[in-house]
Design a binder for this molecule. Structure first.
Ligand SMILES: [Zn+2]
Length: 387
């Protein structure tokens, strides 16, 4: 089996191809990103300084000049610390899907308390969100946690709008999180609505669904811009964690995005055992590319050791969703389906992708804002929009 000579993506990764040096297209995309954003270079830093200057200018006279989504995880906690260091006045926003670990909740409290940052929390009805998760399990698709990702985005936009803020900061880093393989997973507002309509029982009332029109409203009409500082400056998760532990007695929860139980179930159990999908390859490949981990070590972890499942996690999952051993085994053994089996906006977007991007670039003013927004929503098209 061919494995990329630089990272650990192998030939089973969707959409992969290797060049004459045996390096995969995802590593090359990363190179192009670094080139485009001048990540970690003085030029990148200057670009970010310019953006921060604008955020401060636009925030004059307002209570907050930006909004940041917090989860209690490494990236968002550290991002918040940086925002304060840069002299910004953020409002922290948390979307509570009611599956948080106690560590995550405590982390949010510790960091915000010490930095004296206000928190805006949106809590979804737990019966309703469990019904949405259950719908995804019944649909047999891998994007179990899509509802959380999309809702966080929607809630950040709502909070920004409520306080007249024009900037939403995100702790995303394409360097530490890697590039999602094209066509592997996909989700959008229509996908969530249709799956829930087909398999759900509890009406969708409190879930903050971001459909296409909501997205367009935030980005095009309200002109709220997403900013990802780690795309411009160098960022090390390891150093961030050390700092957070020292400054805030912040606690690590053992893996990428595992601060939330439903995410942990998706990554370590559901996707791995039902679809044979190991989401660790993203962060492992990223760690190898940036030299944090030896390639051999990552290959060994990825191919020889299954993901660690915290004790009691599967029992919690079963109890929350009222799953018996039989019903869980039925879910795990039912046919594997993908987003292609259900209605999404994808086909519409594929047809008009270039037109939409050109239009958006035309009417917005910050160079990368629309691209990042489009990336956030349709991350699978990441290659299509690059020069
Ligand atoms: Zn590679």
């Amino acid at each position: 089996m061919q494995i990329c000579s630089r990272c650990i993506y192998d030939e089973t990764v969707t959409g992969i191809f290797f060049d004459e040096d045996g390096i995969c297209n995802y590593c090359r995309i990363m190179d192009r990103f670094i080139e485009q954003f001048q990540t970690g270079k003085p030029e990148g830093r200057n670009k970010l300084d310019e953006i921060i200057k604008n955020v401060k200018k636009d925030g004059k006279g307002k209570k907050y000049d930006c909004v940041i989504g917090v989860s209690g995880g490494t990236d968002s906690s550290y991002m918040l610390f940086k925002l304060i260091q840069w002299g910004l006045r953020p409002l922290a926003v948390h979307y509570d899907n009611t599956w948080n670990t106690a560590i995550a909740t405590e982390n949010i409290r510790k960091v915000l308390g010490k930095l004296n940052v206000d928190l805006y929390t949106y809590v979804v009805d737990n019966k309703e969100i469990d019904d949405i998760f259950l719908s995804f399990l019944k649909a047999g698709v891998p994007e179990l946690d899509a509802a959380t990702d999309l809702a966080l985005s929607e809630v950040m936009y709502r909070a920004a709008d409520k306080f007249g803020v024009k900037y939403v900061f995100e702790g995303h880093s394409f360097i530490t999180e890697g590039i999602s393989p094209i066509g592997n997973m996909y989700f959008d507002g229509r996908y969530i609505r249709e799956i829930h309509k087909k398999f759900g029982k509890v009406p969708m009332k409190t879930y903050p669904l971001m459909d296409f029109f909501a997205f367009m409203k935030w980005v095009l009409f309200k002109r709220i811009k997403k900013i990802r500082p780690f795309w411009y400056i160098s960022y090390s998760k390891e150093e961030a964690r050390e700092l957070l532990k020292k400054e805030f007695e912040w606690e690590y929860y053992g893996g990428h995005h595992l601060e939330n139980r439903i995410v942990a179930i998706q990554h370590c159990f559901y996707n791995y055992y039902k679809f044979g999908m190991d989401n660790r390859n993203l962060s492992l490949a990223a760690a190898v590319r940036s030299g944090i981990m030896k390639r051999e070590e990552a290959i060994d972890i990825y191919f020889n050791h299954p993901p660690y499942i915290e004790e009691g996690l599967v029992d919690y999952f079963k109890e929350r969703l009222s799953l018996t051993n039989e019903s869980l085994s039925e879910i795990m053994n039912s046919p594997c389906r993908t987003y292609r089996d259900y209605p999404t906006y994808k086909s519409l977007f594929e047809t008009f992708a270039r037109d939409i991007i050109v239009f958006c670039a035309y009417i917005t003013d910050i160079e990368s804002s629309i691209l990042t927004a489009v990336f956030a929503y349709w991350s699978v098209f990441i290659t299509a929009v690059l020069p």
